[in-house]
Design a protein. Sequence first.
Lengths: 294, 234
Amino acid sequence: MSIFTIPSSEVLIQGILSGILMGFVYALIAAGLSLIFGLMEIVNFAHGEFLMLSMYTTFWAYALFALDPLLSVPLSAGVLFLLGWLTYRGIIRRILGGPMLAQIFATFGLGIFLRAAAQFLWTPDFRQVSKAWVQGPVRILGVSVGLPQAVASVACLAAFGMLYWFITRTETGFALEATAQDRQAAALMGINTERMFALGWGIGAACVGVAGAFLANFFYVFPHVGSLFALIAYVTVALGGFGSIPGSLVAGVIIGVIEVLGGLLIAPAFKYVAVFVLYLVVVLVRPQGLFGKF
Amino acid sequence: MLRVQNLQVKYGDFQVLWGVSLEVHEGEVVCLLGPNGAGKSTIINAVSGLVRPLAGCLEFCGERIDGLPTHEIVTRGISHVLERRRVFPYLTVEKNLLLGSYQVRARPHREGSLSRVFSLFPVLRQRRNQLAHSLSGGEQQMLAIGRGLMSRPKFLMIDEPFLGLAPLVVTEILKIITQIGAAGITVLFIEQNVQLALSVSHRGYVLESGRMVVSGSAKEVLESALVRKVYLGI
Ligand SMILES: Nc1ncnc2c1ncn2[C@@H]1O[C@H](COP(=O)(O)OP(=O)(O)OP(=O)(O)O)[C@@H](O)[C@H]1O
Ligand SMILES: [Mg+2]
């Protein structure tokens, strides 16, 4: 008996399309992680929990105030921006000069705390937005995909574009880039590097704020929901190259497609195997990732 | 313009400056001399706020600046070109220069500052779209100085501008420092080669193991017993 199955070409096309769509969402989540890393060489191990909080923000806005997830996007982005900013000001700033382990455990611990707090406050129940504006299937290129997925995908791609524009075309974006490349030299240009770090954390978290609001449209919301997305985000960033924003986009799409193909060609239960095998190959062959500088 | 009084700095338990005083007056070109590890960089890093002093007083244009964050200190008209150039390696020459005029005060003059820097360093104009790390050492030093001028400073501090450069480039940068001084910008620069540095300076200071041992006009420093004996071997 073989575990490999041969899907029909229609199923294959549908799979690839939905993989690309999901890839844009992964790309935005990974871009947030990569932005923070590029700025200060700290991996935010609470990134998944940030995503979880943005999904809860969206869910509660829906459950309590009947706010559709689409309308929650600015709210969720704003809440997460604030959370990222405060995380920098309250925690990260204090451990910057500290040992590597302190830096890892600080965000790791924050993640555990947020997950436990969510479980305590909101129970481990799976929650769902039941009557969203966008639901049901839509036909794209002759194949059928979920409308919420398609909307999330296009919106995340747009948000990604805005992020890229901000970083490469605005004065503040240059200042962020300069701070990332040489903190002291940047300060000597008159750049308030403390503010840039806080801003980087705010924007990095706001990325998952946007992604999470759209994910809440078609994904269950529960305290551990962030773990899976975070894992994929780490792989995406490693594949795209730590600190490279364009790398996140390419890698996000590659991983979205590989994940679906893995599920189709091997078995749904093994879809992440394909993703992590790809990751291992990249780490062994090109440790700096596709677009990495190091 | 700049007055440093009784400056003391410690890195952890290791004290490097033991009460250093120094003054730079408007319109002067002053050099700070001394062997490796004497604490020269530490002095100007303290002036620009990159290093926090343990004790002492730093005044710029009559106002205390010690304790202020770096980005506020430079806004008062100080520019600091770091040791080993420290250009932004993965940005183009032009972006590096534009970042030099990031300060709100300098932004309206961007175009003018840029063409002034390009006329001072024509090679930067040719290289404007190249990534900074691909420049030669001399070109990077020119970029670092050019970037420092983009904010239209009153006072320019340069840390070892000749480090690792070919003699021809050294001559060129010496000439530029004289030009910058002649243009009315006060200059304080660090160098280890006593004769070279004093040839373009009005005054000089010699620092040894965290203490100022000689100071005076270029001529006085050159003729001091210690400099003659230790640095010139006469
Ligand atoms: N960040 C730091 N942490 C610990 N010690 C430092 C630090 N920076 C400098 N030092 C030490 O302080 C002393 C003075 O350093 P500084 O860089 O000011 O000397 P310098 O005169 O500029 O020397 P050079 O000519 O080599 O540049 C040196 O012994 C150096 O090792
Ligand atoms: Mg030095």
